[in-house]
Design a protein around this ligand. Structure first.
Ligand code: PLP
Length: 415
C-alpha cells in the first residue's frame, strides 16, 4: 500500500525526528478544501482537520490571498510598535465574541498559560488572595496543552511521566461525563468542584467538551451550574475553547449551548484559518487590567501576518456559513452514524462536526483508523477507544454520504 517514496520519507522522520508522535503511515504534500493528497497523488477525505485547526478547509483561496498580500507588505514587527492589522483584528475579535479585551498569543498552550497568569493576578490583586496561595480548579481528563505547568495538572500519566517537578496551585475535580450514572446534571462532578472551592480559589478552568479526553460531552445544565458556583464563590470561570470554539460545535462558542458567558475565554487552532498558529485569551477590561508592560509578552503574538489571517478567518466563519453548516452537517453525520448498529460501538457523542465514536475493548480505534485510511478517509483515534470525526466545517452532504459508506464498509469488516 505505502510506496517506496513514502517509505523513504517515513524512514527519514524515523532517523532524524524525535518520536513524540505515532503518525498513520502516510506522507501528505497537498491539501484543498476537505481533501488531502499523499506524495503519490492518492486523495483522502480529511475527517480530522489537524485537531480542528483546519475548520475553513485546506488552502482556503481567500485566506491564501490575505496571507500572501500581507506577507508582501509586513509580516513581523513585534509589539514594540503598533500595527494596523493588529488593531483591526482585536477590534473584530472583541466585537464578535463580546469580550472587552484581547491578549494575543500563538499556540494554544501559550494562551492557556496566559489565562493562568490572568486568573492568578486577578486572584491576588482583585480578590485579595494571599501571596502565592492562589488555586485553580481543573477537571479530571483535561487537555490544555503541553507546557510543563499544563501537563503538571493533567490526569494523564503518559503526558507527565519524567517531566516533574510540577507547579503548585492546581486542584483536580471531576468532569461531567455524559455516560456517568447521574440521572440529570452530574452531581458527582458538581459536588467535587464544591469540595475543591475555597477562599484561595481564583478560577475554574475547563473545556466545555473535552476533545482529547475523548469528545466527552457533559450533560446540559452542567456548565450553567458551574457558572452559578463561580458567581457564588467569587471565582472566575475560564473556558478553554481552543478546539470547541469558532463553530466546531454548531455555535460560535460551545458555551452558547448553555446560555452562559465565561469570565475568560481561550481560543486557538481554527483562529489561524488553518494557515498559522494564532491563539488568544479574552476577558473583561477588569481582569486584563492586571497585565502591565513587562508582565507578559510574546515575540510573535499578534504579528501583522497572523492578525490579518485571523481577522479574515473570523469573517469567513460567517461569510462561508461555517457555523450553521457545522450544526446541520454535524447532526446529519451523528444521526447516520447512530443508525449503524455494530456490537463494538459503545456510544456516539458530540456536537456539531465534532463526533466521537467510542468502541468497546474488543477492538482498537487505531486499527479502524488504519482501515479507514486505506478507504480514503483520514481520521485519528483519541485514547485508544475513541474514533474522532471532525472534518473541516466546509464539508458538504454528498461528501459525508461518501464517507458514511466507507465507514460502514470498514465497520462491517470488523463485525
Ligand atoms: C489543542 C488544544 C490545546 C493546545 O493547543 P496547542 O496549539 O497544541 O498548544 C489546548 N487546549 C485544548 C482544548 C486543545 O484542544
Amino acid at each position: 500500500m505505502t510506496s517506496n517514496l513514502q517509505n523513504n520519507l517515513i524512514a527519514k522522520e524515523e532517523v532524524y525526528g524525535a518520536k513524540n508522535y505515532s503518525p498513520l503511515p502516510i506522507v501528505l504534500n497537498r491539501g484543498e478544501g476537505v481533501y488531502l493528497w499523499d506524495v503519490d497523488g492518492n486523495k483522502y477525505l480529511d475527517m480530522m482537520s489537524a485537531y480542528s485547526a483546519v475548520s475553513h478547509g485546506h488552502s482556503h483561496p481567500e485566506l491564501i490571498k490575505v496571507l500572501t498580500d500581507q506577507a508582501k507588505k509586513l509580516s513581523i514587527s513585534s509589539r514594540a510598535f503598533y500595527t494596523e492589522p493588529f488593531a483591526e483584528y482585536i477590534e473584530k475579535l472583541s466585537k464578535i465574541s463580546n469580550f472587552e479585551s484581547v491578549l494575543p498569543m500563538n499556540t494554544g498552550a501559550e494562551a492557556v498559560e496566559t489565562a493562568i497568569k490572568a486568573a492568578r493576578r486577578w486572584g491576588y490583586f482583585t480578590k485579595g488572595i494571599q501571596k502565592d496561595c492562589a488555586e485553580i480548579i481543573v477537571a479530571e481528563g483535561n487537555f490544555h496543552g503541553r507546557t510543563t505547568t499544563i501537563v503538571g495538572f493533567s490526569s494523564e500519566e503518559e503526558y507527565k511521566k519524567g517531566f516533574g517537578p510540577f507547579a503548585n496551585g492546581f486542584v483536580e475535580a471531576e468532569y461531567c461525563r455524559s455516560n456517568c450514572d447521574c440521572s440529570k446534571v452530574c452531581e458527582k462532578s458538581i459536588t467535587s468542584i464544591k469540595n475543591a472551592l475555597n477562599k484561595n480559589t481564583c478560577a475554574v478552568l475547563v473545556e466545555p467538551i473535552q476533545g482529547e479526553g475523548g469528545i466527552i460531552t457533559p450533560q446540559s445544565g452542567w456548565l450553567r451550574q458551574l457558572r452559578d458556583l463561580c458567581n457564588e464563590n467569587n471565582v472566575l470561570l475560564i473556558l478553554d475553547e481552543i478546539q470547541s470554539g469558532l463553530g466546531r460545535t454548531g455555535k460560535l462558542f460551545a458555551f452558547e449551548h448553555e446560555g452562559i458567558k465565561p469570565d475568560g475565554l481561550i481560543l486557538g487552532k481554527a483562529l489561524g484559518g488553518g494557515l498559522l498558529p494564532v491563539s488568544a485569551f479574552l476577558s473583561s477590561k477588569e481582569v486584563m487590567s492586571h497585565f502591565n508592560p513587562g508582565s507578559h509578552g510574546s515575540t510573535f503574538g499578534g504579528n501583522p501576518l497572523a492578525a490579518r489571517v485571523a481577522s479574515k478567518a473570523l469573517d469567513l466563519l460567517f461569510e462561508d456559513n461555517l457555523i450553521e453548516n457545522s450544526k446541520v452537517m454535524g447532526s446529519y453525520l451523528k444521526a447516520q452514524l447512530s443508525e449503524m448498529k455494530y456490537s463494538f460501538i459503545k456510544e456516539i457523542r458530540g456536537k456539531g462536526l465534532w463526533i466521537g465514536v467510542e468502541l468497546d475493548s474488543t477492538i482498537s480505534a487505531k486499527k479502524i483508523c488504519l482501515s479507514l485510511m486505506k478507504e480514503g478517509i483520514l481520521a485519528k483515534e483519541t485514547h485508544q477507544s475513541v474514533i474522532r470525526f471532525a472534518p473541516p466545517l466546509v464539508i458538504k452532504k454528498d461528501e459525508i454520504d461518501w464517507a458514511l459508506k466507507k465507514i460502514d464498509k470498514v465497520f462491517q469488516k470488523y463485525e
